[in-house]
Design a protein around this ligand. Sequence first.
Ligand SMILES: [Zn+2]
Length: 173
Amino acid sequence: MPYYPLNLLYLGVLSLVNMTDDVQELNGEKYDAMYTEAIRFKSFQNWPFDENSACSASKMAEAGFFHCPTKHEPDLVQCYVCFKELDGWEATDEPWAEHFSHSKICLFAQLRKPQKDLTVAEIYKIESERKKNKIKRVIAQHLQKFRKMTDELEGFIQEQIKVIEVSKKKKKT
Ligand SMILES: [Zn+2]
């Protein structure tokens, strides 16, 4: 039992140290393969909106989204540059406008250009932004894990203090 807080701290530090490995491992993630409009378009299997809708599969792919449905979110999509996830689509929703309004930091949404209109310089800049976003995302995930561990540790210490206080009172009586 006395080793419990030390183990937690060790796990927390280890989690931060492993962050670099995780950034490298992330290269194999689903959104790394989504850099062309054609590949993103193919992901829209069973998309609930037809090609006449404002948010048709081709317009969604053009606006940087790929389809990543879950059991409870059949219309879930994600941007391959800023990784923003959006669901709850309606037939009249305009993908570029929705993308920008929910993720103003996204360079792809700011440029608002179909793939064929992007310059080589813009493509390089998008890829560099995408890598930065990926690193920020991994750091945020690790910090969240670390915070959870320090919260647990604090809870454990508080409990121990209470136990000590109760035992002190018992000795007095
Ligand atoms: Zn985006």
